[in-house]
Design a protein around this ligand. Sequence first.
Ligand code: AP5
Length: 215
Amino acid sequence: MLFVKAIINFNPYICVSLKVSITMFNIILFGPPGSGKGTQSEKLIEKYQLKHLSTGDLLRSEITSETPLGLEAKSFMDKGELVPDEVVIGMISSALDANTHVKGFLFDGFPRTAAQSEALDKLLKLKLTEISAVLALEVSEEELVKRLIHRGLTSGRSDDNSEAVIRARIGEYHKKTAMVADYYQNFDKVVLIKGEGTVEEIFSNLCNEIDKRLS
Ligand code: AP5
């Protein structure tokens, strides 16, 4: 838990010391496409009462509403490419401003580039908080492809319905996103979690790591 001490001087004779307790708990659920971020996020936000911020979900909602942002994002997403940093950083900034009274945030699918990580740190610092842990799900490439092809049979997601696009998404992850874990490793915040096994086993391992940091 972080404490910030602020000294406020109303007038030359009265000096008040305010102790502000910063108790937000913010997690990044990290991993390649199909590693189970969305599946585990649903369970974690319920258990820990965190605000779920999934850039993929936010972008798909913009696409459904046919906003200019959604139309721009769609052209990248359909090819399995990342949407430009300024678009997603702007979206996350608005989402943080819109959720002031929350216990903490669970970031799913964000940050995905070095620029996004740095922007997130700055945005959280403005709110006197920070990332508590990066929980990184590890899943083999063949298992990722198998899961996403299977989901593509029913998901209706345009980026799930071709193996070439699925592999392009995984390629983007290796090229631009994997290094985000190195960035947070510098601050000793990354925990590797085996992402293969039953959903319940993985959830239990994630909870163990979170509980250690909450106690
Ligand atoms: P996004 O929506 O974030 O998708 P993704 O990262 O590709 O991840 P997925 O939703 O496909 O997988 P997941 O890890 O959440 O796994 P899930 O739980 O769904 O991003 C989509 C696109 O938006 C990006 O390609 C990019 O274009 C754009 N975008 C988003 N954020 C961006 C950003 N920050 N910057 C730039 N561009 C951005 O599980 C997958 C499947 O596996 C499901 O069918 C599930 O049922 C199954 N499954 C889950 N767990 C298990 C298990 N333990 N065993 C077996 N099956 C399992």
